[in-house]
Write a protein that binds this ligand. Structure first.
Ligand SMILES: NC(=O)C1=CN([C@@H]2O[C@H](COP(=O)(O)OP(=O)(O)OC[C@H]3O[C@@H](n4cnc5c(N)ncnc54)[C@H](O)[C@@H]3O)[C@@H](O)[C@H]2O)C=CC1
Ligand SMILES: CCCCCC(=O)O
Length: 547
């Protein structure tokens, strides 16, 4: 079903309805494709195979928002950026205040869109979407003046007398491509960083969360400066049209398969990227833990958090053979305490986003070597797009469920003889976005932090690391590159320009050729002083005492 959604180029001061000659014609709408109930044959095993099939389906319908339209859009935004308007502190603050106002005034509509897209419970929508976006915006409003201040730094004897600073300047016109699982906060959070850093920005939400995508398009058009901040709705074709343009930064949230497409497109223009990808996030559980608290925090980081459809969700657990039965029993009791005995009736869990993800998850459960490993749950109802919280024990490491990111309510538990054996298992896999350890043993904690490479970690909890704005949120290796949240968002969309200030005084002829033997002696003497006293620099303490 193809829906034309209004308002992409509703532009009071300049009309994009370019009537008349040539390729452009009149263009005042974008095409949005609603994909909620796409069903694939159950023989397709992998998520990415499904996604690729979906992409093929999309290609059959030529989009109106094509590369020519995208070029017009980028050109208009570049004019805005080059006018200097987005660089001022006042403009940035005004746009951030508009976002804050939008979130406050439209909270109910946001919750409703999230219910439509994911049956997201109201409180979860508030906590993981509205509060996340609101707190990012409030932090930027509070800290922006400091973030924009040039950072004074040390200089060196070789440049004496001098002073130096690092100046953050906006990259220019940036593209934010978002995804479907936290479709509101994951779209707005990077946009907040882009605006705080003084950029013009295009947001392309995920077509899979179509209600939130439409809401963002309407609200951004209503509240924000349309000459600098635009939402383009659409699917693969529209995203591809955007990727053909020259951007000053692309910020992508989604899977690694598409991350590679984004990076390849960016390479053509040497455009820097931040890739917020995914992966299999392990949770290691030691036998010396408070099992009740551990289980509650794993359940929170798995089934409460968007029904496991979260990039930082616990993907699998590793624990000892001795602890496994007690851990499973405690997890089950906590799940039933939180969601009730009739797991399929609970309204406290988001649904699976659509039928192709539903089928993908069922395929993971029904693989021969896995289907007899289910120790809890396993119920599913396609009409409700719901799968019960499901625990599996000791599935083979070469099974699909242990090879692919699960991104849903299935939780395999793998047992090892010794807890340290878990480290090798984790390090055999691609570097995860997050890794979790539950242990009371300080030595094990230290070894985990030192030996497990991951985007981020939490010790004795799950997922909360992304709520701390002083911690960068991002991946490593297959789970992504770059990071954001808090000032890291401002930095992700800024160029850090080095500036050295010198006076005309003290210009020494020693610096210039011809390098006579006497001069060489002087230079070597000066440099040896630098290297002896300070590694080639002197500490010119600045007025704010910062190095
Ligand atoms: N690191 C993070 O912050 C997060 C990472 N993720 C990861 O994202 C993945 C799930 O997202 P997906 O289902 O992939 O998201 P998706 O299917 O919504 O795609 C992401 C974006 O890429 C676009 N896209 C899809 N195929 C494309 C193509 N062939 N060419 C150009 N653009 C294309 C979509 O229109 C969408 O806007 C998981 O691996 C998850 O771990 C999800 C949420 C947060
Ligand atoms: C609530 C914050 C969610 C972070 C992104 C994710 O886990 O998909």
């Amino acid at each position: 079903m193809m829906i034309v959604s209004p308002g992409l180029f509703k532009h009071p001061s300049r009309s994009y309805s370019i009537v008349g000659v040539g390729l452009l014609g009149t263009f005042t709408y974008c095409h949005k494709y609603k994909i909620n109930r796409v069903s694939f044959s159950s023989s397709i095993p992998s998520y990415y195979h499904c996604r690729a099939t979906l992409s093929t389906m999309m290609e059959e319908v030529k989009p109106e928002f094509d590369s020519d339209k995208a070029a017009v859009l980028v050109n208009e935004l570049r004019k805005t950026f080059n006018s200097g308007k987005t660089k001022s502190y006042e403009w940035r603050i005004s746009q951030l205040e508009s976002i804050s106002k939008m979130i406050d005034e439209k909270e109910k509509e946001i919750v409703e869109a999230l219910r439509k897209d994911l049956s997201k419970p109201e409180l979860e929508a508030f906590l993981s979407e509205i509060l996340m976006a609101r707190s990012s915006c409030k932090l930027a409003l509070k800290e922006l003046k400091q973030w924009m201040m040039p950072q004074k730094v040390e200089t060196s004897l070789a440049t004496y007398p001098s002073s130096a600073e690092i100046v953050a300047e906006p990259l220019g016109v940036v593209l934010v491509i978002s995804t479907w699982n936290f479709p509101f906060s994951l779209s707005l959070d990077p946009v907040i960083g882009a605006i705080a850093a003084g950029n013009a920005v295009v947001l392309k939400p995920s077509e899979i969360a179509s209600a939130t995508s439409s809401l963002l398009s309407r609200l951004v058009g209503e509240y924000m400066d349309k000459s600098a901040i635009i939402v383009v709705e659409g699917a693969v074709a529209e995203t591809s049209a955007l990727l053909e343009q020259k951007w000053d930064k692309i910020f992508f949230t989604g899977g690694a398969r598409v991350g590679r497409i984004v990076m390849a497109a960016a390479a053509k223009n040497l455009t820097p990227v931040t890739l917020e990808l995914g992966g299999k996030c392990p949770a290691v559980v030691d036998s010396n833990v408070n099992l009740q608290v551990t289980s509650r925090r794993i359940v929170a980081g798995k089934w409460v958090c968007n029904n496991g459809q979260a990039c930082i969700s616990v993907d699998y657990i590793i624990t000892t053979k001795e602890l496994a039965p007690k851990l499973i029993a405690t997890l089950v009791s906590v799940v039933e305490e939180i969601f009730g005995k009739d797991l399929m009736e609970s309204k406290e869990r988001s649904r699976i986003i659509n039928s192709f993800h539903f089928k993908r998850l069922v395929n993971l459960l029904e693989e021969d070597k896995v289907s007899n490993k289910i120790v809890f749950g396993g119920q599913r109802e396609e009409s409700q797009l719901q799968i019960a919280p499901t625990i599996l024990l000791d599935v083979p490491e070469d099974s699909m469920i242990m090879q692919e990111e699960i991104f849903g309510p299935l939780l395999p538990i793998i047992t090892v003889e010794r807890l340290e054996d878990s480290f090798a298992m984790i390090n055999r896999k691609p570097k995860p976005l997050a890794a979790y350890l539950f242990s009371d043993d300080e030595q094990i904690k230290r070894k985990f932090v030192q030996n497990i490479c991951a985007g981020g970690m939490a010790i004795n909890d799950t997922i909360l690391q992304v709520t701390v704005p002083t911690l960068p949120f991002g991946g490593v290796g297959e789970s992504g590159m770059g990071s954001y949240h808090g000032k890291f968002s401002f930095d992700a969309f800024s160029h850090k320009k080095a500036v050295l200030y010198r006076s005309f005084a003290g210009d020494s002829p020693t610096r210039y050729p011809p390098y006579t033997p006497g001069k060489k002696k002087q230079i070597k003497a000066l440099l040896s002083v630098c290297i002896q006293d300070e590694p080639f620099w002197y500490l010119q303490r600045t007025e704010n005492g910062r190095i």
